[in-house]
Design a binder for this molecule. Structure first.
Ligand SMILES: Nc1ncnc2c1ncn2[C@@H]1O[C@H](COP(=O)(O)OP(=O)(O)OP(=O)(O)O)[C@@H](O)[C@H]1O
Length: 260
């Protein structure tokens, strides 16, 4: 059974101010297998976050169905962990309390929350920073806390919306490497939104290249590249050239549609 199944998903937003409807996603169907690392790639505004938010249960499709582990999604759930572009940490809580926040909501005792948090703090490389507060962390460290928090409930699926977009190049590379190691260890399914071709090629088992708005899947590309990915190798660059051409074509079509 597929881990995530999107069937004929359409999403229309009502633009109340301009009194018109906006077709954000147009009839997307997609199956994500268990343990896959799917990257959703496309230009700004093509509907990547909207698609991810519908899997997360934050948004409802106008038409179509989303199922995760065979169950229809009708809201957020503990089977799906979410990591955002900004870690959105609670500034008054130390690292370990931020990581274990969901357990606090579930009424776990402090000592049990502290124990449960440690495994994930270690996994994301933050041992020694358990009692630091968010204001004392770098951007990369904050994102590590966000990832540990998403992993804590041991979800089947991790949904990531450009989690490394705000990081410098070196930190981004380190975090990508760590994320792949965590995904290999946890054996979960990851859906990762990015607008970076390189990032998609470094991380994914498959890349779904989206069209410009309205968002559709332009092409699904399986990446049969060994890990760690050699970003200078010929096969990596063949994929890169192909995807860049798709994106260029999309941009041209969008510009032509705008003038017509
Ligand atoms: N809540 C909303 N209400 C109205 N329109 C929305 C809403 N959310 C998204 N949209 C519109 O839907 C389209 C897709 O937005 P979305 O954020 O999914 O794109 P994206 O590909 O994630 O973009 P980016 O890479 O810039 O984050 C955009 O035109 C956006 O303006």
């Amino acid at each position: 059974m597929a881990s995530i199944e999107l069937q004929n998903i359409t999403k229309i937003f009502r633009d109340a101010k301009r009194k018109r409807d906006l077709l954000a996603i147009d009839n997307v169907s997609l199956s994500v297998e268990r343990n896959e690392f799917l990257c959703l790639l496309g230009s700004s505004g093509c509907g990547k976050s909207t698609l991810l938010n519908m899997i997360a249960g934050f948004e409802k499709p106008t038409e179509g169905t989303v199922t995760v582990g065979g169950k229809p999604v009708d809201g957020p759930g503990a089977d799906r962990g979410m990591v955002f572009q900004q870690a959105n940490l609670m500034p008054w809580l130390p690292v370990w309390e931020n990581v274990a926040f969901h357990l606090r909501l579930k009424g776990w005792r402090k000592a049990d929350r502290r124990d449960a948090a440690q495994e994930y703090i270690d996994m994301v490389g933050l041992r020694g920073f358990e009692n630091h507060f968010p204001a004392e962390l770098s951007g990369g460290m904050s994102q590590r806390v966000g990832i540990a928090r998403a992993l804590l409930l041991n979800p089947q699926v991790i949904l990531m919306d450009e989690p490394f977009a705000a990081l410098d190049a070196q930190t981004k590379m380190d975090m990508q490497e760590e994320l792949v190691a965590i995904w290999q260890k946890q054996r979960c399914t990851v859906v990762f939104v990015t607008h970076s071709v390189d990032e998609a090629l470094v991380l994914g088992t498959r890349v779904a290249v989206m069209t410009s708005r309205p968002g559709r899947i332009r092409e699904l590309i399986a990446l049969d590249l060994p890990r760690p990915r050699d970003t200078t190798g010929p096969r990596f660059n063949d994929h890169k050239r192909h995807i860049l051409n798709l994106i260029r074509e999309e941009g041209m079509q969008q510009r032509q549609a705008a003038v017509a």
